[in-house]
Ligand binder design. Structure first.
Ligand code: NI
Length: 139
């Protein structure tokens, strides 16, 4: 396989390109190519994730009020239940009431999705976002 960088042309409306250029400049990209490569990788990871039956890695981000009755206990109990899949937890005390937790999860697709769903549906959790990523081996 030829591993040299390849170039390709893209047809695009000027207005769309203008918005794209403004966004990638704001994000700190030095050129369009790098931004487009990142978008393609993200697209491929997403597609691979949709099809995967095997091992997956990701993060679950939670925001909650720790004063909410029994909430912290429920979260801890659930996290202990999934101790095999939750490989790291970051906890940040955002202010006097609110906590941010980021869990790094690794396991079968179904089981880590289940963790995100169960944590996110606990009463008092204000926000729960699951992001799938890749081990990087296939990119
Ligand atoms: Ni806290």
């Amino acid at each position: 396989m030829d591993n040299r960088i390849q170039r390709f042309g893209v047809s695009i409306e000027p207005e769309l390109l203008k918005k794209f250029d403004a966004l990638i400049e704001h994000k700190g990209y030095s050129n369009r190519s790098e931004a487009i490569r990142d978008l393609i990788r993200d697209y491929l990871v997403e597609a691979a994730w949709q099809n995967t039956k095997g091992l997956a890695v990701g993060t679950v981000t939670l925001v909650y009020n720790h004063h909410q009755h029994e909430l912290a206990d429920k979260l801890t109990e659930l996290q202990h239940h999934y101790h095999d899949q939750i490989i790291s937890v970051l906890h940040v005390h955002l202010d006097a009431h609110n906590c941010l937790e980021v869990l790094v999860v690794k396991g079968l697709r179904e089981s880590i999705l289940e963790i995100a769903d169960r944590l996110g549906s606990i009463k008092g959790v204000k926000h729960c976002k699951f992001v799938i990523t890749t081990t990087g081996e296939d990119l």
